[in-house]
Each structure stands twice: as structure tokens, then as C-alpha cells.
Design a protein around this ligand. Structure first.
Ligand code: EPZ
Length: 437
């Protein structure tokens, strides 16, 4: 298990560059499967989530190249069925395979999807996905290690209303409906920037998709799709993570590639906590301007609300704010596991099952500890910590870098799932650490 030994207490200062969003590029890669010709996707980071999806696509006959500069080509012209045993080897490594269903059914009339992986931040069911696929005419056969799908009568458009604006389920509808027979109407859709970028990609391929003001997405199915040539949207989750790191370590980090429009909500909260930022043409400078940090009340929500992926790194900065902060996590039921390690390092954080600080959410009174109260400022000291998930792991690294003394952080390979060249970036920012495989 890989481990980093960190000597904390030094401000992070310097420049990092973020590339394409982890939560867009993997879906764009699956979208290429729907086309008749080769697609080009630029700014694709070298992260393990991309590697897993590449391997699964190659198993199905897609030819892929991925240069160091981030340019990826995907040629689906010889797509074929894959052996179950080979697909199964990738079980548990990502949540993306569930999005292969529609494209494989369109291309091959069948699919086998292994059991999924992904961060342990809640139960992560796929009930919305399966319901959507059945609406399109898919027949789903549960197997011991995954699901087998077929579409005996082909896939036809459907009228779907999501119980919750699930990002994954919205992507499932988009990737299945674009070549389904007839019209699809999706109400209660997620409209995150990554979803809009996926829609732009599908439109480039020849799809007909409209997004109405009431978050209803309408798709007119077409028989064939061509290909796309696209530069992926930047990773706003990684950008927000480095911004939180700058605040927590009294640092000053220029995040190349970050853009204001997709980060407006984060920037407002960052400023209210006491952070400062300068918007430049090629990125955003995030820094601690000195003085006290202020406590805030945050409620995570779907776009354009405060992203659930932004709260974990920011909580570390809130341990240094003067007063009581509240975070009400309304997207995932169990996303505060990472706070145990922060408490071990001296933070004062209490988690509650009540909906604190905002409106009652679907987790209220269901025994989920989904609200946190953070009391600060509390000095953090080094500790031995184990990374629980991707964003929690980044928070642990930030806490170790902010703490006085030495911390040993294990299971850090989880961080490279979503943060490209993580160690190189830490070095560029002046962090003092040693890394052992
Ligand atoms: C995507 O996950 C992202 N992952 C997540 O980022 C992100 O936090 C999330 O969207 C919300 O923005 C990827 O894109 C790979 P959801 P996804 O479906 O699609 C429940 C990160 O750190 N739900 O919007 O899985 C679900 O349990 C990751 O980069 C069902 O109940 O999120 C959750 O409570 C973490 N049934 C809520 O909906 C379903 O069938 C939101 O999930 C599907 C989801």
C-alpha cells in the first residue's frame, strides 16, 4: 500500500495546471462508442479512472491512443463483444461501466456489465440506471458478478422522470436515447457543467438534444452517429481542491485552466470564508490574504448549488476558521467518514443525523450522519492516517500539509484515481514529503 510521509506546517505556493474533468472525460470516452468513426478528445488526464475505461473499451475492440499531451483518439469502427471473464477483471474498479449499457446495446445488441466500484461515500445504488434502461426496452438479467443486458426489440425513446437529479442516471439517458427509435423526454435531469459538455459532444456526433429552462431534456433519436473532436471541460473539482489547500496552508496557488463561470458558487463561499482569488485569462489564483478565516454554513446540492465534491477539502480550511461552521451534505448519505482522521489530528468536528443549517433533505431522520459542525480555530498536529476515498483522501493530504509535525498517509493510490500527477504537483507547490510505493 503506497504511503506518503509529510512534514506539515509549510504554505503551499506555486502553480498547478488542471486538465479535463475526471467526471466528464470518462463519459466522453464511452460516448465515442456510439459513433461510426474515430473521435478525438483533448486534455484527457492520465488518471486511473481513465485507464479503467480505456481498458474496457479496448476489450470491446475500440482502438485508443492517449498521448502525454492529453490528446486521446478513440476508433470504434471494429467494436465487438468481449469475453465476460475479461470484463469481470475490471469489476469494482469504477462506476463508469454502468454507462456502457446503452452504447453496447446499440452497437452489439447485448452487454455484460461487471459489479461497480467507486468511492465509499454511501450505498451508491444503480436503481435509477436500471429503471431508465428498462424504459428504453432493455432486458436486464442479474448475474452473480454483474448484469447481462439485451434488447430483443431494439431500443425506443421513453418519457422519464428522475426521482432525484442524478448525474449518472442523466448520463445513462443521454447515452441510450441518442440512437434510440423516436423521442425521449427526461424531466428532473441533472444539468451539471459536465453534463452540458457531454451534450455538446453528442451534438457534435449528430445527436439532437435540447435542454429546457425547467431542466427537461428532450432527445430525438437518430439512426447513426459520426464522431467528435472536443477539448474536455476543465476539472472544477480538482481546482476547488487546490483552492481549499491554499486556504488551509496559508498558501498561494495559481490553478492553470480554472475558469470562473463553472466555479461561481465555490468562489462566493471561498470569499466568505476569507480566501482571496484573482481571475486571470489562463486560470485562477487562490490565496490566503492573512487575517482570520470566517465560519460559514454550507449546504451541498446539485448544480448550480455547492458541489458535494467541494465540501471535503474545504472542511480542512474550516477547522482553521474562527467560530462554528456547518456543512449539510444532501447528495450522499455518508460523506463525512474522512472527518475521523481530522479529529485525530486535533480538529473539533461533530457529525449529526439531523439536517442542520439548511432545508430538510431526503436523509433527514433516516439515521444518516450527514451534517457536520466544525469548531475552530484548532491547531492540527501530525498523525498516521489512511485515505478512505478520493476527495476525503485529498482532504487528509491537505490536513497533513497544514498540520505541525509529521504525518504518515497510507492508501494514497486512491488519490491518483482523480488527481493527475498528484505528487509532482505537491512538489511544485513546495510540499515536504517522501513517498514509498
Ligand atoms: C457523479 O457520481 C460523480 N462521479 C460524483 O463525483 C459526484 O459527486 C456526483 O456525480 C454528484 O455530482 C462521476 O461522475 C464518476 P449521482 P454519480 O448519480 O453519477 C443516488 C468524485 O469525487 N443514486 O448524481 O454516481 C446516489 O446514491 C465523485 O468525483 C441513487 O439512489 O452521482 C447519490 O445519493 C464522487 N440511485 C445521489 O443519487 C441511482 O441509480 C447522487 O448520485 C443513482 C444515484
Amino acid at each position: 500500500m503506497s504511503q506518503i510521509t509529510v512534514k506539515g506546517g509549510k504554505p503551499l505556493v506555486g502553480r498547478v495546471d488542471v486538465r479535463g474533468a475526471k467526471n466528464l472525460v470518462t463519459k466522453a470516452m464511452v460516448a465515442a462508442l456510439l459513433g461510426d468513426n474515430a473521435s478525438v478528445l483533448r486534455d484527457v488526464p492520465h488518471i486511473s479512472d481513465v485507464e479503467v475505461v480505456s481498458k474496457l473499451l479496448q476489450l470491446h475492440g475500440v482502438l485508443i491512443t492517449h498521448g502525454e499531451d492529453g490528446t486521446m483518439t478513440l476508433d470504434p469502427s471494429n467494436v465487438k463483444s468481449a469475453r465476460m471473464v475479461d470484463i469481470d477483471a475490471h469489476a469494482g474498479s469504477s462506476r463508469i461501466p454502468i454507462l456502457f449499457c446503452g452504447p453496447l446495446l446499440h452497437q452489439l445488441g447485448e452487454a455484460f456489465i461487471p459489479d461497480l466500484g467507486g468511492c465509499h461515500i454511501g450505498d451508491r445504488p444503480i436503481d435509477y440506471h436500471l429503471e431508465v434502461l428498462r424504459n428504453f426496452g432493455a432486458v436486464i438479467d442479474k448475474q452473480p458478478n454483474g448484469i447481462r443486458l439485451s434488447a430483443p426489440d431494439g431500443l425506443h425513446g421513453a418519457k422519464i422522470s428522475l426521482k432525484y437529479p442524478s448525474v449518472g442516471a442523466t448520463e445513462q439517458v443521454l447515452l441510450t436515447s441518442v440512437r434510440a427509435e423516436g423521442l425521449t423526454e427526461l424531466s428532473g435531469a441533472a444539468v451539471e457543467p459536465e453534463i452540458m459538455d457531454l451534450i455538446a459532444i453528442l451534438q457534435k456526433m449528430g445527436a439532437i438534444i435540447s435542454v429546457d429552462t425547467d431542466r427537461v431534456i428532450r432527445i430525438e433519436g437518430v439512426k447513426n452517429l459520426d464522431s467528435y473532436n472536443h477539448t474536455a471541460l476543465f476539472d472544477r473539482n480538482e481546482a476547488a481542491s487546490w483552492a481549499a489547500a491554499a486556504l488551509a496552508t496559508h498558501g498561494d496557488i495559481f490553478v492553470g485552466g480554472a475558469r470562473q463561470p463553472e466555479m461561481m458558487t465555490f468562489l462566493n463561499v471561498f470569499r466568505k470564508v476569507g480566501g482571496a482569488f484573482d481571475i486571470k485569462e489562463d486560470g485562477i489564483r487562490f490565496y490566503h490574504p492573512g487575517g482570520d478565516l470566517n465560519p460559514v454554513v454550507i449546504e451541498t446540492d446539485v448544480h448550480p448549488g455547492f458541489m458535494t465534491d467541494w465540501q471535503q477539502p474545504l472542511v480542512v480550511a474550516l477547522t482553521q476558521a474562527k467560530g462554528l461552521s456547518i456543512v449539510h451534505e444532501t447528495v450522499y448519505e455518508n460523506r463525512f467518514g474522512f472527518t475521523d482522521a481530522l479529529v485525530q489530528m486535533g480538529a473539533q468536528i461533530q457529525i449529526y443525523r439531523e439536517c442542520l443549517g439548511g432545508n430538510p433533505c431526503r436523509f433527514g431522520q433516516r439515521n444518516f450522519n450527514h451534517s457536520a459542525v466544525i469548531s475552530g480555530p484548532t491547531p492540527l498536529h501530525g498523525a498516521d492516517i489512511r485515505v478512505p476515498d478520493l476527495r476525503g483522501g485529498f482532504s487528509h493530504m491537505v490536513a497533513a500539509l497544514a498540520a505541525e509535525g509529521v504525518s504518515n498517509v497510507t492508501n494514497v493510490q486512491l488519490i491518483s484515481r482523480g488527481y493527475e500527477h498528484f505528487l509532482t504537483k505537491l512538489e511544485a507547490l513546495g510540499a515536504e514529503f517522501t513517498y514509498t510505493e
